[in-house]
Write a protein that binds this ligand. Structure first.
Ligand SMILES: NC(=O)c1ccc[n+]([C@@H]2O[C@H](COP(=O)([O-])OP(=O)(O)OC[C@H]3O[C@@H](n4cnc5c(N)ncnc54)[C@H](OP(=O)(O)O)[C@@H]3O)[C@@H](O)[C@H]2O)c1
Length: 287
């Protein structure tokens, strides 16, 4: 089976390439730099050098694909890039598409990311190609944004109060995408909300990270402004700070990302990874 991957060197894409290669699929992943190509090879895939802004490269990527992963980064060009992939596929190969979206994507969402994903989904639905939508919850790996600061200060500072989150390990999202890409006819047309099997809070995450690392990390609720300032100071996502501020201070604080489910187990046959196991495996992030 030939699988084409867009986003294969990212948080979800890297473990996905490893999983697919082990499953025996032949995986080709778009790689925009020689370093990305090296990472694709290291994860067991075949790189195709090219950029999402280049329709010809996308055409070559999906020329013999039996299914396509559409996962793009949250950048200002995201919608154009997704539409380009959808259109090239619809006018050539018409392979089933697994699109990674967000929960509650809608045209009138206050979150730009959710409006962008909604518009891409509408375009995908309109092209008449088989597709599946994966709506992951909040990735545990998002803590990378604040991990260095937390390790340095001993404080996990987020504007989320005691808002519960059905956090999901991105490796479970990779596993889910792997199953959908290798069994597209089983899941065609499905819209899957994929979250973890337990809610966590800032306090419970700090406690699990403290236990894993063997040193004290406490949780502190901060204002949206302080959070956004710290992100900019630490060199993260200038173009995303508005969305991230709203996401943490409103969406998460008010429990809108709460509510675990059994989707990982239903789709993959394996239990969802837990936050304590994530904490054990990522102590170096918080050192
Ligand atoms: N984080 C969350 O909690 C969460 C929850 C729900 C949904 N999502 C969605 O998940 C997606 C992000 O997934 P992720 O965290 O795995 O992504 P990521 O780590 O940011 O990786 C982005 C991938 O896209 C590639 N890429 C970026 N620009 C490119 C271009 N111009 N041409 C070719 N490749 C390009 C990157 O390649 P390089 O390695 O070369 O940079 C990388 O492989 C977003 O759409 C987001 O909305 C995230």
């Amino acid at each position: 089976m030939n699988i084409a991957i867009i986003g294969g060197t990212g948080t979800v894409g890297t473990p996905l390439l490893t999983w697919l290669s082990r499953s025996g699929a032949h995986v080709t992943a778009l790689a925009r730099t020689p370093d990305s190509a090296r990472r694709v090879r290291a994860a067991g895939g075949t790189p195709l050098l090219g950029d999402l802004d280049d329709g010809e490269a996308i055409g070559r990527l999906i020329a013999d694909a039996d299914s396509v992963l559409l996962l793009t980064a949250n950048t200002p060009g995201q919608l154009d890039q997704e539409i380009r992939v959808i259109d090239v596929n619809a006018s050539t190969r018409r392979a089933p598409v697994v699109k990674v979206s967000v929960p509650a994507a809608s045209a009138d969402s206050p979150l730009a990311i959710a409006r962008t994903h909604h518009a891409a989904e509408e375009h995908l639905r309109g092209c008449g190609v088989d597709h599946m939508i994966v709506r992951p919850g909040w990735f545990m790996q998002n803590l990378h944004l604040v991990a260095e600061r937390a390790g340095r200060t001993g404080v996990l500072a987020l504007p989320i109060g005691d808002g519960p989150i059905a956090a999901v390990d991105a490796r479970d999202i990779a596993h889910v995408c792997g199953v959908l890409l290798t069994e597209p006819s089983r899941f065609a047309g499905r819209d899957l909300h994929v979250v973890g099997a337990q809610d966590v809070t800032g306090t419970s995450m700090a406690a699990a990270l403290s236990r894993a690392a063997g040193h004290d990390l406490s949780f502190r609720d901060i204002s949206r402004q302080e959070f956004q300032r710290s992100l900019v100071e630490d060199g993260h996502g200038e173009d995303l700070v508005d969305d991230l501020g709203f996401l943490y201070d409103v969406v998460i604080r008010n429990g809108f990302l709460a509510g675990p489910n059994d989707s990982v187990h239903e789709i993959t046959g394996r239990s969802a990874l837990t936050f304590p196991s994530f904490a054990q495996e990522h102590t170096e992030w918080f050192a």
